[in-house]
Design a protein around this ligand. Sequence first.
Ligand code: AMP
Length: 491
Amino acid sequence: MSEPSTTSPPPPTTKSWADQADEETNQTSTSAADETSSLNVNELTIDEENKSLSKSLDDPDDSNITAVTAGDTPYTSATTFEELSLSPELLKGLYVEMKFEKPSKIQAKSLPMILNPPHRDLIAQAHNGSGKTTCFNLGMLSRVDPNLQAPQALCICPTRELAIQNIEVLRKMGKYTGISSECAVPMDRRDSIPVMKRAPIMAQVVIGTPGTMKNLITYKKLGVTKLKILVFDEADQMLAEDGFRDDSLRIIKEIEKFNSSCQVLLFSATFNETVKNFATRVVGKKEHNELFVKKEELSLDAVKQYKVLVPDELVKIDVIKNYIFELGENVGQTIIFVRTRNSAKMLHKALVDLGYEVTSIQGALDHVDRDKIVKEFKDGLTQVLISTDVLARGFDQQQVNLVINYDLPLKYAAEYTHGHEQEPDYEVYLHRVGRAGRFGRKGAVFNLICGERDEKTLSKIEKHFGTYIKEVKDRSVEDYKVALKEAGLLF
Ligand code: AMP
């Protein structure tokens, strides 16, 4: 399969992540750089009652994971959680709170590498929704000494939504361990305490976003001498030049100054070749382990992908309303991805004007509103969420069965292409698809394609992943029905 073309336009000076990077850039590029605070995540706790875990889930097939292990340490996959020598408190958390029965494939493979001495660094790729959060959360919870009240595990995530989600899972899983945790993400200015004035962090696990974490470490509010494990979630984005590479490297350097034995885990569903090479160099000084999946095997079979060719933008709204919503009404929750904040606003207004209850999230909203919108969606109070790529990665909501790509994800904003062909953002596409079909559930993705440029972009995506995206005729009720049936969402 072809890699993204090397003739693509030069990377923009601003981050190519259309939207989600904004809270970090705000954090570091304004005079608020020295303001930080940690979040009371308990106030955001999700109502788990309506999240029933189906017993008939298929573990997503990660069987083609290639393992490259260093040295002569033999690692055997774990078929049960007991085999991992976890504490009784953690086992109770997994069974009683998480309601997990056995490790998923990526957990079975990666956990022995993470938990067993010599605690080598790990670069791990796992399918979207296949259980990677548990890999690193269990890694952090297992490696912390509960009797030492100091930061021992850090996890850095690209967005505050992901940091909040990860800490919620960690707290649930670690409920019986007594291990303390803190969420370090940007706060709205009115709620934030200048970093100089805040107390040092005592929590044993800290999960947060790169700008905030970097400030805390720089101002010596987050001590790194006792750190045993450092995790980068969505590691490709954290190490990409147009992502958070500078902050991530600063954090790694700062930790290395005081602590040479900290285990580094890099987890993501996507690693393009450039980032993969760079990641290998980041952990390359020490012997490390790797787990990789071929990119052709990354598009989950559980999620069916379709394209709808529309003559103009207005028809996109008609397709969403009269066909996808009409037929997919009872199939579960839907996320509609848009490229820009303006599209988010426009589509939100159009759908509300038509009488739909939708919410929309984009980086320009203040944090309180973003948290509220995510919580309402996770609690099942809203069925349809319009989102920029702020939620493209990692967002885990098992009830999401439908993803609509109102716009296709592109690498560079139009103003940076200088007349060149638009280059799809393959990684973001895959992450968007991965919001449906969590942990082997059923799902469908509808790509709304308007004009020749969109068609070219989608065919590049098909070629890249070696997949064929079937067409659904824009006004054919029968076609939509067949598509939803094929995806296992209509009977
Ligand atoms: P993740 O890829 O970590 O976001 O996980 C995707 C979904 O799979 C989450 O909703 C998890 O709760 C669920 N999950 C993860 N590991 C397991 C497991 N071993 N058994 C059942 N469900 C799991």
